[in-house]
Ligand binder design. Structure first.
Ligand SMILES: *Cc1c(COP(=O)(O)O)cnc(C)c1O
Length: 401
């Protein structure tokens, strides 16, 4: 795949973006990661693999997804033009399938039989289960019992798709324990399976691989935006949980003179425990096998985090974001629960698009800055659709009058 100069150079051979990234895992896992890395380097140059992935993007996922000019919101806010990259129209309703199909195709090329993954809200679980069904692979999804109770529709989807959902009943019974459990299962079955990580996080080569699979968003966006407007956008923005949808769209503009802004969830406020804005309030540390910026408690352990968007509440962030932020190539801003909910209803009522509550954070940022930026153009990565959120939102916030 043809890559921009920056993308070729980062990460280095050991998976470092500056001092961030790397691979801090037990030797057995390191060996498995090295095998994945070698296989990935091979297939990334292999025309069969590239052709197959292109076919999948077009005929199964429904790519390219369009860019849409949000004409009503642009008019209403009276400043910058607001454009949306419609990842919500990707099959399964979010960007996650972009890397899940890539990871599953890699598993197939490596002769693996099984995909193992953890899931929090169930979005990654559904995307992996979809990819497993497509490729005829076994699929095992580890999920905390608390999340299983909360995210019932996604549990049903995974089971319909043929995945085995493993309830995790220790600790807080949520995402962190699901990661520990999935990791344990993977260790027991390194030869047969692949641990399909759900964002640009984890040990090398996952942050690089997932970015490369998501880069399709950036490649399409750059081309479409030029075709549509004759120019590049002034600002590109995306929400950041682990950071995969943001890295996907940012990578298309990384060597251009375009401002890139990652949006972190401020939740209920700036006190530790009220938010999940890792880059904004965290410090350097290793978690889940990579060095990055982490929200820590007073003992230096990963702190409890919160956001109304369960896809964004992770106490660390992809190492590439930590690096790009440190060298000031990207900027970070925060958006609160309330601002995100308001944006959710603004986009729904003014444009007829119900966004995921995660994506609503990026929309909120665009609405916040647009009035002051007349003559400029803002491109928002609309990472997913909001169907999964509507019951919760209506129960808690009504219909947004
Ligand atoms: C999972 C998810 C996110 C957050 O993940 P990133 O890796 O930060 O992109 C954002 N939006 C949607 C719709 C999601 O499902």
């Amino acid at each position: 795949m043809q890559q921009k100069p920056y993308l070729k150079e980062y990460p280095n051979a050991e998976g470092f973006f500056g001092k961030f990234g790397g691979s801090f895992v037990p030797d057995a896992v390191k060996k498995a990661m090295d095998e994945i890395n070698v296989a990935y380097d091979l297939i990334a140059q292999n025309s069969d693999f590239i052709t197959e992935l292109r076919k999948i993007r077009k005929h199964f996922q429904g790519r390219p997804t369009p860019i849409y000019f949000a004409h009503n919101l642009t008019k209403k806010y009276g400043g910058a033009g607001i454009y949306l990259k419609r990842e919500d129209l990707n099959h399964t309703g979010a960007h996650k399938l972009n890397h899940c199909m890539g990871e599953a195709l890699l598993a197939k090329f490596m002769g693996k039989k099984k995909l193992i993954a953890e899931t929090g809200a169930g979005q990654h679980g559904v995307a992996i289960a979809t990819a497993a069904a497509y490729f005829g692979l076994e699929c095992e999804i580890h999920m905390g019992e608390v999340d299983i109770a909360k995210e019932h529709p996604n549990v049903i989807r995974m089971k319909i798709l043929g995945a085995k959902v493993i309830p995790v009943s220790f600790g807080a019974k949520t995402l962190k324990e699901a990661v520990d459990s999935a990791f344990e299962a993977y260790l027991q079955d390194l030869d047969n399976s692949i641990y399909a990580i759900g964002s640009v996080v984890g040990p090398h080569p996952f942050p690089k691989m997932v970015r490369d699979f998501q880069a399709i968003i950036g490649v399409e966006s750059r081309e479409q935006f030029l075709e549509m407007t004759g120019e590049l956008p002034d600002i590109v923005t995306a929400c950041v949980g682990g950071g995969s949808n943001a890295m996907g769209i940012f990578s298309g503009f990384i060597d251009d003179c375009v401002e890139l802004v990652g949006i972190e969830p401020l939740g209920l406020g700036s006190k530790l425990g009220q938010h999940a804005a890792s880059l904004s309030y965290g410090s350097e540390g290793v978690m889940h096998g990579f060095n990055s910026i982490i929200l820590k408690d007073s003992n230096g352990e990963p702190a409890p985090v919160y956001s109304v968007a369960s896809g964004l509440d992770y106490p660390s962030v992809g190492p590439e974001h930590a690096y790009l932020n440190a060298i000031k190539r990207t900027k970070v801003a925060t958006i609160s629960d309330k601002e995100a909910i308001d944006a959710f209803f603004e986009l729904s009522k003014n444009e007829g698009i119900i966004p995921a509550i995660e994506s609503s954070h990026a929309v909120a940022y665009a609405l916040k800055i647009a009035p002051e930026l007349k003559g400029k153009k803002i491109l928002v990565n609309l990472s997913g659709r909001g169907d999964k959120d509507i019951d919760f939102i209506v129960e808690k916030y009504g219909y947004g009058e």
